[in-house]
Structure formats: C-alpha cells, structure tokens
Design a protein around this ligand. Structure first.
Ligand code: FE2
Ligand code: FE2
Length: 190
C-alpha cells in the first residue's frame, strides 16, 4: 500500500499561509512579502514611464489634428490610432503604480523633464513622422533596458512592459514605413 501522501498537507498549509499573508498585506495593494525588488524604486521608474506615455499621447494627438497636406488622411488616422494605444499604455502604467501603493504622477508641471521622450510638434508631415520615429526608438531602447532590470524580481511589471514594448516596436515600424513612403528613403540610420 502506498503511504499517505503527506506532500498534500504542506502544500495546503502553504496556500493557507500565502492567503493569510496576502490578506494581511491587502492594504499595501498587490505587493506581497515575496516582492523582491525595491518597491519605491519601481514606483519611481514607473513614474518616468508614465510621463513618457503621457507625452506620447499628447504628441500623437496633436499630430493627428495638425497633420495636413496631400495624402495626410491615412497618416492622420495612423497618428490617432497610436494616440489611442499610448493612452492604453498610460493607463496600464498608472494602474501598476497604484497597485504598488504609489500615486501616479499626472501633474503637467515638470512632465517633459520626467519623460524619456520629448514633445516635438514638427513643422510638416514628414517632420512629424520623423519626430515620432525618434520618440518610439527612445521608448523601445528604454523599455528593453527596464525589462532586463525587472527580470524575475517583479514579473508583473516586466510582463506589462513587454506588452507595451511590442506595441512600441510596431509603432516604430509604422513610422519607419511612413517615412519611407513619404521620403523615399528613411532619414534616420537603423
Ligand atoms: Fe506607449
Ligand atoms: Fe508608441
């Protein structure tokens, strides 16, 4: 006869302990005692990501309205679509800051200095596309670095950033293709 499976017991008690611990720290949001990273450091980093996304929302929204000229209609739509997606990123990052017990910083004061990308209006359609391509490349580079930084210490934040990164890479490709379509050749080195 097989011996009674004693491994089930510690597992169950572990689950109970985990639940009790999670409940005890409920007031601290989603962060459990097992959180490996420095929570305040994570919040500070995410505030810069939040500022970056807000600036992206503003820049694409402005471009979607200001873009003018021949064949600008499809570009305007693309800018508007990107503005919507940047808004989703902005919300996701703000929610994560909130979960970690921080207060998402939406203060317009100092926004540009907190952001990793800049708000550039662009003189014409091609300028706008170029500014967006530059901003997307900075975001991609920055987020790749952050994903490596969070690693296994904060998988929730890392997975969120991986999702955002995928969309920023698409944005960069879209802007690159538009630049090629409107300029013939890309104006930026790869
Ligand atoms: Fe974004
Ligand atoms: Fe983007």
């Amino acid at each position: 006869m097989d011996a009674p499976d004693k491994s089930a017991k510690p597992f169950l008690s572990d689950v109970t302990t985990l639940r009790a611990r999670a409940r005890k720290h409920l007031a601290d949001g989603a962060v459990t005692a097992a959180y490996v990273g420095d929570v305040q450091q994570t919040i500070d980093i995410l505030q810069t990501v939040l500022a970056t996304e807000i600036v992206c929302v503003l820049r694409y929204t402005m471009h979607s309205i200001a873009a003018a000229g021949i064949s600008s209609d499809s570009v305007k739509k693309e800018f508007a679509e990107h503005a919507r997606e940047e808004r989703e990123h902005m919300t996701a990052v703000a929610e994560r800051i909130n979960q970690l017990g921080g207060k998402p910083d939406f203060n317009p004061e100092g926004l540009a200095t907190r952001s990793a990308s800049q708000y550039a209006e662009g003189e014409n359609l091609v300028d706008m596309i170029r500014e967006n391509l530059i901003a997307e490349r900075i975001a991609v580079e920055h987020y790749r670095e952050l994903i490596r930084y969070f690693g296994d210490d904060d998988p929730t934040t890392r997975v969120m950033l991986e999702g955002i990164l995928g969309v920023e890479e698409e944005h960069a490709n879209d802007m690159h293709d538009l630049l090629v379509a409107h300029e013939g050749v890309p104006m930026l080195p790869d």
